[in-house]
Design a protein around this ligand. Structure first.
Ligand code: DHB
Ligand code: FE
Length: 279
């Protein structure tokens, strides 16, 4: 049976892709951010996952405001980056795992989640950033299964619902008959707001409490409704729902292995969290 080795959650910002493309990792501005990653890369080198199931939010690239699924799962053989923003960085395409994707879709629909299945899917910085940081050589060590959660167009799914989705994805992975080792990624957050009167808003206390909660009181964030999350984390900070879903996929007995927090990268509080799955 497939085994979940753990979760890896991280913030994403288009400028990270640009910093990688331009080799700016050792610049004064970027060093504190990139130096959080070698321990994560060592963990990956030891664990050698075969597949990454990636909870992420699309930013209007693959889905736009005219059609916005709440939950969508990629079932493509290949995913290409077609990001907005800093030009289209030339990262190699990501290999998919359509059989595992369809297993997830079937299991989720059987559990009453209404899933949009995507046999063709473009991905943006929310998928490319974590993979670029995990594998600086850009030789991707994993196939990917993208699981997209809407955080762009209201109404958003609640934290409670994202927790339930994460749990169901965890069950689906564990019931897959292959022998793959799976890492679950959460890409988004932490606190940030890109628009409106509070543009530039960051909430360090809330971010640190949230990271801590994932180890010590994992369903803590499900107590907040969407408006409360926006209030505490910013309009785009609600992307932290990806971290919550990734944590839920691990089930009980998960332990924190590593975390890092740095303010800011672009307009965003950047965090990294690695958790090992329980037995
Ligand atoms: C930034 C952050 C994001 O989450 C995003 O999707 C785009 C930009 C930023 O801080 O610049
Ligand atoms: Fe984002």
């Amino acid at each position: 049976m497939a085994r979940i080795i753990g979760s890896l959650s991280t913030s994403h910002v288009p400028a990270i892709g640009r910093a990688v493309a331009q080799g700016l990792q050792d610049d004064d501005y970027w060093r504190p951010f990139f130096q959080a990653w070698p321990p994560v890369q060592r963990w990956l080198a030891e664990e050698k996952p075969d597949v990454a199931v990636v909870f992420y939010n699309d930013h209007g690239l693959n889905f736009f405001l005219d059609k916005m699924p709440t939950f969508a799962v990629g079932a493509a053989a290949e995913y290409r980056n077609a990001d907005e923003g800093w030009g289209i960085p030339q990262v190699p395409p990501f290999q998919g795992h359509p059989a595992l994707s369809w297993h997830l879709i079937e299991q989720l629909v059987a559990e009453d989640f209404d899933i949009t299945s995507c046999q063709e899917m473009l991905v943006d910085h929310a998928v490319t950033n974590p993979l670029q940081l995990m594998y600086p050589s850009q030789q991707w060590g994993v196939k990917i299964v993208p699981v997209c959660i809407n955080t762009v167009q209201f109404p958003l799914p609640s934290a409670k619902r994202c927790w339930a989705l994460g749990e169901a994805v965890g069950r689906a992975i564990r019931s897959w008959g292959g022998d793959e080792k799976v890492v679950v990624l959460g890409s988004g957050g932490l606190s940030h707001q890109l628009d409106g009167e509070r543009a530039g808003f960051i909430n360090r206390d809330f971010d640190l409490a949230f990271i801590d909660s994932l180890a010590n009181d994992p369903q803590w964030a499900t107590r907040f409704n969407t408006h409360q999350l926006v209030e505490k984390a910013g309009t785009q900070g609600v992307e932290l729902l990806m971290w919550l879903a990734a944590r839920a996929a691990l089930g009980g007995g998960a332990q924190k292995l590593y975390s890092s927090y740095h303010i800011p990268i672009s307009n965003t509080a950047s965090g990294v969290l690695v958790m090992g799955a329980g037995c």
